[in-house]
Design a protein around this ligand. Sequence first.
Ligand SMILES: Cc1ncc(COP(=O)(O)O)c(C=O)c1O
Length: 429
Amino acid sequence: MRSPIWHPFTQHGLDEPTPLVSRAEGAALYTADGRRIIDAISSWWVTTHGHRNPRIMAAIADQAGRMDQIIFAGWTHEPAEALARALVEMMPAPLAHVFYSDSGSTSVEVAIKMALGYWLNRGEPRHRILTLEHGYHGDTIGGMSVGARGVYNRAYTPLLFDVDTIPFPAGDGRNTLDALEAMCRHEPAALIVEPLVLGAGGMLFYEPAILAEMRAICARAGVLFIADEVMSGWGRTGTLLACDQAGIVPDILCLSKGLTGGAIPLAVTMTTAEIFDAHRSTDRAQMLFHSSSYSANPIACAAGLANLEIWRDEPVLDRVAMLGRRQQERLARLENVRNARILGTIAACELGSGTGDYLAAIGPGLLAFFRERDVLLRPMGDTVYVMPPYCISEPELDAVYEALAEAAMAFWSPTSTDRGAGHCPAQPL
Ligand SMILES: Cc1ncc(COP(=O)(O)O)c(C=O)c1O
């Protein structure tokens, strides 16, 4: 009998196989039919330390023994309090307030609502949001509105609100910065960006100096700066936050995915006292009108706290640096790939003719090719990226890059339709 499940980002009409995974450990997934799959994309970018990290699993089990879910409007609990304190301590100083939700998309919705609430409560209503070309901020209506328009959201476009989009940096990024300066003159509410790496947009990298200048322009113009670090946070780009490499602190920071080490859903939107205080009043109409039923789920918060303890006690950034070096060596040896690039633990390149298009014809073939080799790589069209958990071993990484090398050979097309300009290697290979 066919499964009744409607899977995310899946065209069921293609009848592609859907492996049944029954166990996960470290960088490996084990299927019910006995295969061991290397999870080279951290199960959609969430798993940082590895699957079933013992410290995170113990925290979850311990918390589940005491309290499951409680309402979080007007009530609180120690796992949420402890995690919020630890986050405030760990993240840059002005980010002194923590709003809980349960996914990256909702953390973005909350960020947008914080920005608009801030302006309205100050008596200077502003509505426009600025975004960066090729951005992705989730699949809710607000997330899609501030993200790139295209095949992902064509059917829903009539529902999306208007934004102003600055171009993706080319060369020294002057195109981006000039456009941002010009748009800031119209007093928008905020700019939202994925710092240093546009993930779902095709693993497009840009330089920290450009990010720093974007932040400076917003600060000068009094435009709120929202950093969506849902993917780039927790070491992915080589530092705890991608913003760290530009030496900047946003007004609003979105975190999810690696917040619990990838074990269980949780998100936070962190912000400054200024934005919190703009909502703090005896007037109930000025509160932040947002909640999720599962806001600050205690078990998820306990997992988040265990993740922060791992960051505090263990040499996570050394592991990240090592993984970066190991990937760089292997990526440099690949032949028949285009635009090979790496940023921290994220390596990417285009195969075939390198269209960089999400619906590139070779996409489904590539997916099947890697699946047959027991490697979980999920190309975005002909863009293939490797973003493994930090615990991946050298032999596992070798197996991933052997599969990638074979695919590069099998799918090679000498005719380039490379879209070029977007690709700005953070570390030239
Ligand atoms: C930068 C960014 N923002 C937001 C999201 C949405 O997160 P979620 O899928 O948890 O809603 C993602 C997901 O990949 C992301 O990469």
